[in-house]
Unconditional design. Structure first.
Length: 337
């Protein structure tokens, strides 16, 4: 079902709900609330130094990373926006060790919301695009109290996924399994407007995204792929490649969603006991569903990311996503190694 551009997010979601009940009213409410929270986060991000929100919060998150003030602000905005609505059983965040069950003073819902409240936060203080990533699962039937185990579902179980990129425009990208759509924040009206009603990622590309400073730590399949790209027309690929690395997954993924490309954050030897840097539940899974819904592919080098069965809430994963034929090539190199 294709929706006309320039309709509001609210109308888009109501039309989805109305047509074959593609999204139940509780999920529609959840997505409206998350969008409103992203609007608030965008406002805080856009204030920057004027809002006194830049710099470190002098604290560490569960990943052992120094938290920025805006990391904590964004996390609080999402918690406060969602906890009272009655659509959620619990939330999980990159910024919180454990899950956040909805307080008993509020009605309990059937959805689980996971998020990286402000991804790419190393870019906050230098005015480079950052974003919020979110994933929605259904709470498993039965079981009185919601538990961390309820969250441990494969990415294929997601019922909604999206991100909001705080860049030159504030753009909300969303999938509920009916393709991928994008809404641009109209600051004058204070509402998200549908500006892209379908994305199709080109199956081939000449642009790759990886942090090249880690080259000496990569496994052979990644070294082989990047080396072939760097050889350009003189090498086996017979074409030249461009490289981009914004170090903000939301911005890199949005570029790939918009014009193709391949994004890699592979396992490397710096921390061999970690599968990768990025988190499966609230970074790789939502981004992988969005990429697949737009005709791309996403693996951990060997397996489809959406098929991976998580064992820990904050587990990490190696990520190769984007233009289908490039992802398949890189995955074939890993499988052949
Ligand atoms: P590096 C941001 O911190 C992040 O989690 C992703 O958004 C981004 O793709 C990656 O890490 C950047 O990592 O090692 O290049 O700084």
């Amino acid at each position: 079902m294709s929706h006309p551009k320039n309709i509001s997010l609210t109308r888009y979601l109501i039309e989805l709900q109305r047509s074959d009940n593609l999204i139940p009213s509780e999920l529609r409410l959840l997505l409206e609330v998350v969008a409103r929270a992203c609007k608030s986060i965008s406002h805080a991000v856009n204030k920057g130094a004027l809002g006194g929100v830049l710099g470190s919060a002098e604290s560490e998150n569960v990943q052992g990373e120094i938290q920025k003030k805006l990391d904590i602000i964004a996390n609080e905005v999402l918690i406060e926006a969602n906890e009272w609505g009655g659509h959620l059983a619990a939330m999980a965040s990159e910024e919180m060790d454990d899950i956040y069950p909805v307080p008993n003073r509020y009605p309990q819902g059937e959805y689980l919301l996971l998020f990286d409240p402000l991804d790419g936060s190393s870019n906050i203080d230098v005015n480079v695009s950052i974003g919020t990533i979110f994933s929605v699962l259904k709470k498993p039937e039965g079981g009185a109290l919601v538990s961390k185990e309820d969250f441990l579902q494969s990415g294929a179980q997601q019922v909604a996924a999206g991100y909001c990129v705080y860049g030159p425009q504030t753009t909300l990208v969303l999938t509920v399994g009916q393709g991928v759509v994008a809404f641009t924040l109209d600051r004058e009206q204070g509402s998200f407007v549908l500006t892209q009603n379908q994305f199709k990622i080109p199956e081939d590309t000449q642009e790759f995204a990886i942090n090249m400073s880690n080259m000496r730590h990569w496994d052979e399949p990644v070294k082989r792929y990047v080396d072939e790209c760097l050889q350009g027309t003189e090498g086996p690929r017979g074409k030249n490649f461009n490289m981009r690395w914004i170090a903000s997954m939301v911005a890199d993924v949005h570029r790939i969603l918009t014009r193709g490309g391949v994004f890699m954050y592979p396992w490397d030897r710096r921390e061999p006991n970690k599968a990768g840097k990025l988190r499966l539940m609230y970074e790789a899974n939502p981004m992988s569903w969005i990429i697949e819904q737009a005709g791309g592919a996403s693996t951990n080098g060997r397996e489809r990311i959406l098929d991976l069965q998580p064992t820990q809430l904050h587990e990490r994963v190696s990520v190769v996503l984007g233009s289908k034929n490039e992802v398949e090539r890189i995955t074939a190199y890993h499988r052949g190694a």
